[in-house]
Ligand binder design. Structure first.
Ligand SMILES: [Zn+2]
Length: 94
């Protein structure tokens, strides 16, 4: 893991290259986070569709309480009430 110390650092181009690489890594990380978020949302949509089939749509999967209609209108894929969602997100960030 001593690669960096042997790299030529005096060339401007090397610095630029490293910056670009950091940019690329950051963009990749953002794209991955974005994709993970979309995959999570797609899973939620599929779960919501299953809930509709099972006639449990509109009830929180976690506590069984009604999910407020305003929340369902804002994000129809919601399968948790806002309290459970917040709690679950704290345990496992999306
Ligand atoms: Zn709940």
């Amino acid at each position: 893991m001593n690669e960096q110390s042997t790299e030529t650092v005096s060339l401007d181009q090397a610095k630029v290259g490293r910056l670009s690489r950091m940019d690329a890594l950051q963009q990749q990380a953002m794209a991955q986070a974005n994709r993970a978020q979309h995959q999570q949302r797609l899973r939620n949509v599929q779960l919501a569709l299953t809930a509709i089939e099972e006639q449990s749509y509109g009830f929180c999967e976690e506590c069984g309480e009604d999910i407020p209609i305003a929340r369902l209108e804002a994000s129809p894929e919601s399968i948790y009430c806002i309290n459970c969602k917040n709690r679950l997100e704290q345990n496992e960030p999306l």
